[in-house]
Design a protein around this ligand. Structure first.
Ligand code: NAP
Length: 282
């Protein structure tokens, strides 16, 4: 590629960046569209200095990953609704020196559901886990018209925190459960089950969340946010029971596609981005 003064500079800030697929996925998408831009891995040990560099070099924007999704907020000028609700940012856009934090995780998950033909409105959703991904997904599901959201977590107070946020910011009914409480009442009233814990993630591929899949309704959709492996133990066993499943690679690609669109103003080449991710994880 040719770098010129017009080349749009984008990147990913986090530390370490050894496992991130974003540079590969975003650069392939840029190349496919012949877009004059480059997406750099920017491993940074000082988030304040890294954000100052985005400002002073006039870079178009950066994705933010672990461990800085919360820490960068203090250096920004504005936040999107999603980022404010989640208290976390995974994309910073630089509009003529004004830095705005966005969070594309929840919207990416909604796009993944839509691409699978799933309409969220009126659904009873159950989210396993109450970390950053659970919060982002919960907010987007609530905004998209989910009927109710159950949040199941070891630490009940974290699940309650998400339920309270949903109560304040959305019209959705939300309730917190421990795993023991959920086993008694939640699985059989779930239309969409989402694993937002790391259970089943490489190298612990023989793990899965402790839920009785036989208690889920026959038409329940089971989604895993874990994307490595693509086919987790949870998804395999759900499929064996005839349930429809959605792998975490879908959200990974669609949240990246949302970022791509914000950063470039171009329609993202989803199929290309999906191929990159699937090839890498094969
Ligand atoms: P996080 O903030 O660290 O939260 C992890 C959550 O999982 C916490 O609620 C924690 O419960 C729970 N948990 C951890 N180990 C557990 C165990 N052994 N049993 C039961 N619960 C357990 O992580 P995150 O950022 O939300 O990410 C969660 C998962 O989503 C990760 O696997 C991540 O890779 C994946 N993810 C995927 C995408 C995508 O694009 N596909 C995007 C973001 C995240 P406690 O609160 O009780 O500790």
């Amino acid at each position: 590629m040719r770098i010129s003064r017009e080349t749009v500079i984008m990147g990913l800030i986090g530390y370490p960046l050894t496992h991130s697929l974003s540079p590969l996925m975003q650069n392939q998408a840029l190349a496919y569209l012949n877009f004059d831009g480059v997406y750099l891995p920017l491993p940074a040990t000082d988030p304040a200095a890294a954000i100052a560099a985005v400002r002073s070099f006039g870079w178009r924007g950066v994705n933010i990953t672990i461990p800085y999704k919360e820490a960068v907020i203090t250096y920004l000028d504005d936040l999107s609704d999603e980022a404010a609700a989640c208290g976390a940012v995974n994309l910073i856009l630089n509009e003529h020196g004004v830095l705005t934090g966005h969070n594309t995780d929840g919207l990416g998950f909604l796009d993944a559901l839509a691409s699978a033909g799933c309409a969220v409105a009126g659904m009873r959703c159950t989210i396993l886990g109450a970390g950053g991904a659970a919060r982002a997904v919960a907010y987007s599901l609530a905004r998209a018209g989910a009927e109710s959201i159950n949040i199941v977590n070891r630490d009940r107070s974290r699940a309650e925190g998400i339920a309270q946020m949903l109560g304040v910011k959305t019209h959705c009914t939300a309730q917190a459960f421990t795993w023991e409480e959920a086993a008694r009442s939640v699985w059989r009233v779930t239309d969409l089950l989402i694993n937002a814990t790391p259970l089943g993630m490489y190298p612990e591929v023989d793990m899965r969340p402790d839920i009785d899949l036989d208690n889920l309704p026959w038409d329940c959709l089971v989604a895993d946010l874990v994307y490595n492996p693509v086919q987790t133990k949870l998804l395999k066993e759900a499929e064996q029971r005839g349930l429809t499943t959605l792998p975490g690679t879908e959200m990974l690609v669609y949240q990246g596609a949302r970022s791509f669109e914000y950063l470039t103003g171009q329609k993202p080449p989803i199929a290309i981005m999906m191929d990159v991710v699937r090839d890498y994880l094969r």
